[in-house]
Design a protein around this ligand. Structure first.
Ligand code: HDD
Length: 694
């Protein structure tokens, strides 16, 4: 066969979007009524008793089933990720809106409507694999596109900037934020001395610390957070022309967060809160969706900004360079096996396809080394790309051979290039045949260990962030700084960080200091420029309404069945999920003697696990709830966490009994479960939180 006649010329953009699923099917093992066997396929006669010498005698080494089973078990764990160890993933597709050929030759962005299979993994950064989901942390937002031209990994976060400018500081930062080395305390927390000691010594962290102290660090759901590629990458068109690009994911449901006190409680009530939320939404068919957008900057404008595009502690305000929507990401399928897929997925910033290239951002450059290196230790060798989740749908042909867990049966004699014995195969592809061509950029300069002076401003964008926040967001930021620093044992760390904040804004430093008994020094804060409204959560409400919101219906025996049914039906119509929470699980007797099922009880659930609470009327039910401390706490917490609370009939008096002001924003009380009540309650839930409560 002449390799020149092989099908190597087409752009390979035509991979069906379910190609990955089809590929995975060959690996799926379906549970079936089959005989138990060893890994050698030998049927096992007894799986409850090891082979022993006499019924009370020692176990015999020749019990190969016992030894194989225990040995395999002993080796079940692989090293967890050094960062981002805890995560949750899902499959779906990316669909391009239009051809982006004006800026990139990437085939998956070449045609409107073209769908590419993807796997996305969301994660926390600092905690270990078993840590709680709702800790204050950055969230990873990594997407693997299985394009026809090979895999493209967009390995981003839910914040658009990063802690450090140069990857050589990454181990230092991670050591500082992780549990302290002498006692491995605290788990998954940034509120401890070493992190803040690092911060005070590394002022470039200031901007990112503002994000970390904001509500962005405690998302309500993975489905309700933005994602960012962070670095400036480069698009390259068919003619080899480059354009700088920043990637943005915008959630259809808008950006929404938990409140701090709530995260603490969820950590105990349901440590899997975010992971469960993603799983259940997909399971219920409420597929999460994001829009991919790009900020494009012509290469000639590289120096047009008062910050450096190569500095990952800076963002480009959307008001300066608008985000152009380019497609949508839909996650519609849960994995079959957490370990095989979500744990073994291997992302790498260097997994790029023709049309996408790097810049000289020193943080990105470090990542280009680190991710491949980490997969080698984590997944045990160089063949991790053959693990089903990592396998491209594009064909793979090369002369790489052998290594641990080699799955391929490469045939033929020649595993080198150039060869004649193998008729020259596999042949390299020029750009006309879809070969990846690195963007040509002229580089000159002395070899030097020094930051560019254009990276020097550490406070300007921290101030931009602060001045772009709504009042309630600022309150939360101040409270977060107070909490985190309040947990530091070393007094001068607290003082130094407050002093650092005085470079950002005098009022910020004063307010944080006031909670810690520290008077900030006088500094000249960064100049106040135009705010960037796009940075505020308040300006990213999304299109979701109350879609997928979880509403607790607090009820006991004697509850007004007509109220429950009417309100639940209307809220469900709007896409919410209603769950009756009773003093006990199981059927409740309604006032009309019908049965109302309570799938949850006050023992296992708390208001932090819901977005809103509805208390239906029914004198007997309300009386029972009034006497139940858990029910009262449920309402008090819901109020404190700014959630919508609805009450009908006799339940209005219960709110008053719990000192929940019935005229407060987001509290909706009515004599009847009327359509008007449900409409007002729905609007209150859609607002997500009522931070304007005193
Ligand atoms: Fe990283 C994992 C995101 C800087 C080294 N990183 C990892 C993951 C995400 C990010 C989302 C988890 C991927 C998954 O779900 O498996 N990392 C970022 C972002 C950064 C960043 C947005 C800055 C803009 N990372 C960064 C630097 C280095 C690393 C500077 C090293 C020099 N990151 C790693 C790693 C990890 C990783 C050690 C751990 C596990 C893995 O790669 O697969 O290589």
């Amino acid at each position: 066969m002449d390799p020149q006649n092989q099908d190597v010329t087409h752009r390979r953009s035509d991979t069906p979007h379910d190609a990955k699923d089809a590929q995975l099917e060959q690996y799926r093992v379906h549970p079936a009524a089959k005989h138990l066997t060893t890994n050698q396929g030998v049927r096992v006669d007894d799986d409850d008793n090891s082979l022993r010498a006499g019924v009370r005698g020692p176990t015999l080494l020749e019990d190969f089933h016992f030894r194989e089973k225990i040995t395999h078990f002993d080796h079940e764990r692989i090293p967890e990720r050094v960062v981002h160890a805890r995560g949750a993933g899902a499959y779906g597709f990316f669909e391009a809106y239009e051809s982006m050929a004006d800026v990139t030759c990437a085939a998956f962005l070449a045609e409107p409507g073209l769908r590419t299979p993807v796997f996305a993994r969301f994660s926390t950064v600092a905690g270990s694999r078993g840590s709680a989901d709702t800790v204050r942390d950055v969230r990873g937002f990594a997407v693997k596109f299985y394009t026809g031209e090979g895999n493209f990994d967009l390995v981003g976060n839910n914040m658009p900037v990063f802690f450090i400018q140069d990857g050589v500081k990454f181990p230092d930062f991670v050591h500082a934020v992780k549990p302290e080395p002498h006692n491995e305390i605290p788990q998954a927390q940034s509120a401890h001395d070493t992190l803040w000691d690092f911060v005070r010594n590394q002022p470039e962290t200031t901007h990112m610390m503002m994000w970390l102290m904001s509500d962005r660090a405690i998302p309500r759901s993975y489905r309700m957070m933005q994602g960012f590629g962070v670095h400036t990458f480069r698009f390259v068109d068919a003619a080899g022309r480059g354009t700088f690009v920043k990637f943005h994911w915008k959630p259809r449901l808008g950006v929404h967060s938990l409140v701090w006190d709530e995260t603490q409680k969820i950590g105990g009530l349901d440590p899997d809160f975010n992971r469960r939320d993603l799983w259940e939404a997909i399971d219920n068919g409420d597929v999460p969706e994001w829009e991919l957008g790009v900020q494009l900057v012509a290469q000639d404008d590289e120096h047009a900004f008062d910050f450096d595009l190569l500095d990952a502690t800076k963002l480009i305000p959307e008001e300066l360079v608008p985000v152009r929507p380019v497609g949508r990401l839909v996650l519609n399928r849960n994995p079959d096996n957490f370990f095989a897929e979500t744990e073994q997925v291997a992302f790498h910033t260097a997994h790029v396809v023709p049309g996408i290239d790097f810049t000289n951002d020193p943080l990105l450059q470090a990542r280009l080394f680190s991710y491949l290196d980490t997969q080698l230790i984590r997944l045990g060798g160089p063949n991790f790309a053959q693990i089903p989740i990592n396998r491209p749908v594009a064909d793979v042909h090369n002369n790489q051979r052998d290594g641990h867990h080699q799955m391929r049966l490469d045939r033929g004699r020649s595993s080198y290039s150039k060869n004649t014995l193998g008729r020259g195969c596999p042949i390299v592809a020029g750009p006309d045949h879809g070969g990846y061509e690195h963007h040509q950029e002229r580089v000159d300069g002395a070899k030097i260990k020094q930051r560019s002076p254009s990276f020097d401003d550490h406070f300007g964008q921290a101030a931009l962030f602060w001045h772009s926040m709504a009042d309630w967001e600022r309150d939360h930021i101040v409270a977060a700084f107070r909490f985190e620093l309040g947990k530091c044992d070393t007094h001068d760390i607290r003082e130094d960080v407050v002093a650092l904040l005085a470079n950002v804004d005098t009022d910020l430093a004063r307010r944080v200091g006031a909670g810690l008994g520290i008077t900030p020094p006088t500094r000249t804060p960064a100049p106040v420029g135009e705010p960037s409204p796009a940075l505020s959560i308040a300006n990213n409400p999304g299109e979701g309404g109350i879609h997928t919101r979880r509403i607790a219906i607090l009820a006991a025996d004697g509850v007004g069945g007509d109220h429950v049914r009417a309100v639940a039906a209307r809220l469900t119509e709007h896409g919410a999920t209603c769950e009756v929470v009773g003093p006990r699980q199981g059927p409740l007797r309604a006032s009309d003697d019908e049965e109302i099922e309570a799938p949850r009880s006050l023992l296992t659930m708390g208001s932090p696990l819901y977005d809103a609470v509805y208390v239906p009327g029914g004198a007997e039910s309300v009386q029972a709830l009034r006497g139940d401390a858990d029910a009262r706490e449920f309402l008090v917490q819901a109020y404190r966490h700014g959630k919508a609370i609805g009450a009908t009939g006799e339940a209005g008096a219960l709110l008053e009994h719990c000192a929940v002001p019935t005229d407060a924003p987001g509290v909706v009380v009515d004599a009847d479960a009327s359509a008007a009540f449900v409409d007002t309650f729905t609007t209150a839930i859609a607002a997500h939180r009522h931070y304007d409560r005193t």
